[in-house]
Ligand binder design. Structure first.
Ligand code: ADP
Ligand code: MG
Length: 242
């Protein structure tokens, strides 16, 4: 579903991704862990075309994103890849339902009725049928993040990317968002999740990638990497977060 090949990315003269190669199979759940500043968000943003590779390539569901050719496939990738951010990024002046219907109406051309039906179904799926007419300002962080997940799913993406989706939430509501993500994984959604929730990675991930300083240092099954990391760097990181 995703193939990243020798991806390099610079901001100005500073290279922050130093040749990343990895792939994600259809239906696979991959968690990316690593210290702040190691390039996790930048890698994720390359997977939906929010950043342009300086060198190398990213292919998502057959659509190629490179520095030269990316334009042709950018719109297709954006439609095909759902993204959920730490800060929700809901439109504050739209209700939960309107947040979910906007892109299907504008981008996919669904009728108001079709989009409303889809939004109703998805808000029910994330446990928020009763909040469809609420504005983001009147939702808890956990509810807002679940609306953001419903909004991404409304485009019927092939892949869902999550960038620290629970890092801005109070500890007692992290679980309600992780539960929705776990259900998505069980349904077979292809997911790449940047997270510090090691318990989630252990339980849900098919594979864990540990990044440091713009490189993939280690990658493997959760039981292996999280309990028996091969590199000293990964062990030191895990010692701090576990
Ligand atoms: P992480 O998500 O692992 O914390 P990031 O991908 O956000 O790491 O950042 C990786 C590196 O790239 C950091 O050194 C960060 O300061 C730098 N960086 C990220 N975004 C930008 C940007 N838009 N302009 C310049 N530097 C950036
Ligand atoms: Mg980040």
């Amino acid at each position: 579903m995703i193939t990243v090949t020798d991806l390099r990315l610079s901001f100005g003269s500073t290279e922050v991704l130093h040749g990343i190669t990895c792939d994600v199979a259809e239906g696979e759940v991959v968690c990316i862990i690593g210290a702040s500043g190691s390039g996790k968000s930048t890698l994720l943003r390359c997977m939906n075309g929010l950043e342009t590779p300086s060198r190398g390539s990213v292919e998502v569901n057959g659509h190629l994103l490179t520095s030269k050719e990316r334009r042709a496939d950018l719109a297709a990738v954006r439609r095909d890849v759902g993204m959920v951010f730490q800060q929700f990024n809901l439109f504050p002046h739209l209700t939960a339902r309107e947040n979910v219907t906007l892109a299907p109406r504008k981008v996919l051309g669904l009728s108001a009725q079709e989009a409303d039906e889809r939004a109703g179904r998805l808000l029910a799926k994330v446990g928020l049928a009763a909040k469809a007419d609420a504005f983001p300002g009147n939702l808890s962080g956990g509810q807002a993040q679940r609306v953001a997940i419903a909004r991404a799913l409304a485009m019927q993406p092939s892949v869902m990317l999550f960038d620290e989706p629970t890092s801005a939430l109070d500890p007692e509501i992290v679980g309600e968002v992780l539960a929705v993500m776990k259900e998505l994984a069980a349904e077979g959604m292809t997911m790449v999740v940047v997270t510090h929730e090691i318990g989630f990675a252990r339980e849900v991930a098919d594979r864990v990638i540990y990044m440091d300083d713009g490189r993939i240092v280690e990658s493997g099954a959760p039981q292996e990497l999280l309990s028996h990391a091969k590199t000293e760097r990964a062990r030191a990181f895990l010692g701090k977060v576990l």
